[in-house]
Design a protein around this ligand. Structure first.
Ligand code: EPU
Length: 438
């Protein structure tokens, strides 16, 4: 399996272009199942998770082609209503086909995703929501089946805001009879981007970006041409890279308005962030001041930036309390950071980071997407060589990561370990990507 090898200690300077947002592209691609026709997507990121959803859409019967105008998804003739285990196993977001298939075809069958490294991640709120719209839900042989002759609008209250749950219910409700009101809905920019796409298709969705989303059902939807919003988590990761290495990075194709909580915290660390000229300019300053972080649903500090920010706190002056409130097991990266010399103590959902650590390069293992990004950042600032294994996690969510970091001056490469010999293991340059897993 490929490894990422980083020689730490380089200051990162220059420009980097952000790709389209994975977590916006996935529901937007699933939304093409809502009606037959030819959709055109631009700014789709080149990621394993996108390959997975493309494979899933094709299994269901969509025709997908690349064109100079963008990615064309033709959903005219669907021939299946099932997301099989093999695909859901690779990517939990496959559950996003439930809502649109149920709305269009009255039936959907999706393998239950099960837990993943960062937590149990149930989909009970998705299923309760579909029931409230009149669907019959059955769980059998590891699959969830949803069926309805027709869906009828209703009020749905989420116990906690759920991003993909809100997206799934929005997609189910657009063709329902009457009005659906989603309360305590997720306010993430990716949810708003999906609502914008649905409205461009002829849906009547209002209140996105607030906690109450109202969907008035319509009889017909039409294909649309859509552009995926920039990836705010990729943007935040490069912002932290500048802060961490004391460098100066100009981030292009980013939307700073989606990163207010991250920018506010970075500024408190002493990092300069300038968003005045259309790009995001981040300049790392010394010393880095410790700050406390608590992850929350948007517009709070994103859980998807917690691991990356923890690395910055490792080299900051002082103590930082990092509290994770979204997922119950999202500190797996701590063990690897400790092996690199970080001083972190975990108690429940709190991690106390004692700063001023001198990180030293080590062989470490990625456990999930954002934990992998955190290890890359740690490697960039550590003394000596860091080797990160299980990098298929990174390929799920960071487009051209090594190329982008290399263009900023990082000493980073991907290698494929040679088979072990009597003389011990060796490495050779990697030629391709490996299978992603949850
Ligand atoms: N939850 C339930 N029941 C449900 C749904 C969610 O208990 O039916 C709980 C979850 O276990 C969690 C909380 O509600 O404790 C919030 O989870 P949410 O449903 O919002 O997460 P998600 O939709 O599964 C998306 C992103 C994640 C991101 C979270 C939180 C996509 C495809 N995934 O997941 O992204 O961390 O929202 O912002 O949009 C990543 O990109 O690395 C990633 C994990």
């Amino acid at each position: 399996m490929d490894e990422i090898v980083i020689q730490g200690g380089q200051r990162l300077d220059g420009e980097v272009r952000i790709s389209g947002a994975k977590n916006a592209a996935l529901p937007m691609l699933a939304a093409s199942l809502l009606t037959g026709g030819r959709f055109c997507y631009t700014n789709i990121p080149d990621l394993k998770d996108i390959e997975s959803i493309r494979q899933l859409l094709c299994t269901i019967g969509a025709q997908i082609t690349e064109s100079p105008d963008g990615l064309i998804v033709d959903t005219t003739g669907l021939n299946d209503v099932e997301a099989p285990y093999e695909l859901v196993r690779k990517m939990r977001a496959s559950v996003l086909v439930l809502g649109p298939l149920l709305a269009r075809l009255g039936r959907a069958r999706v393998s239950l995703p099960g837990g993943c490294a960062i937590g149990a991640r149930p989909i009970n709120m998705h299923l309760e929501g579909f029931s409230r719209l009149g669907a019959r839900i059955t769980l059998e042989h590891g699959y969830v089946q949803a069926e309805a002759e027709s869906l009828t609008g209703n009020e749905i209250f989420f116990d906690v805001p759920t991003v993909t749950g809100t997206e799934n219910l929005m997609m189910a409700a657009v063709l329902a009879k009457g009005t659906t009101v989603l309360r305590n809905a997720a306010k993430e920019p990716e949810v708003t981007a999906l609502a914008d796409m649905l409205n461009a298709m002829g849906a009547r969705v209002s209140g996105a970006a607030t906690s109450t989303i109202t969907i008035e059902g319509v009889d017909r939807l039409y294909p649309a041409t859509v552009r995926v919003i920039p990836d705010r988590i990729e943007t935040g990761t490069y912002m932290v890279a500048a802060a961490l290495t004391g460098g100066c990075i100009r981030i292009l194709n980013a939307d700073a308005s989606h990163l207010k909580a991250v920018i506010a915290k970075l500024r408190k660390t002493g990092t300069e962030v300038d968003t005045s000229d259309g790009a995001v300019m981040v300049t790392g300053r010394r010393p880095v001041t410790s700050v406390d972080i608590k992850t929350l649903p948007y517009p709070g500090f994103p859980t998807d930036m917690q691991a990356q920010f923890m690395v910055l706190m490792c080299i900051a002056n002082g103590l930082s309390m990092i509290s994770e409130t979204i997922f119950e097991n999202r500190f797996i990266h701590v063990l690897e950071l400790q092996r690199m010399g970080a001083d972190i103590q975990v108690s429940g959902n709190h991690a106390m980071v004692r700063g001023a650590a001198r990180l030293s390069g080590a062989q470490v293992m990625a456990s999930d997407l954002r934990a992998s990004a955190c290890l890359v950042l740690a490697g960039l600032v550590a003394e000596g060589t860091t080797r990160i294994s299980r990098v298929y996690h990174l390929d799920r969510g960071y487009a051209a990561l090594e190329d982008k970091f290399r263009s900023l001056g990082a000493d980073i490469k991907r290698v494929r370990p040679k088979p072990k010999t009597a003389d011990g293991p060796g490495t050779e340059p990697a030629s391709g990507r490996t299978e992603p897993r949850n």
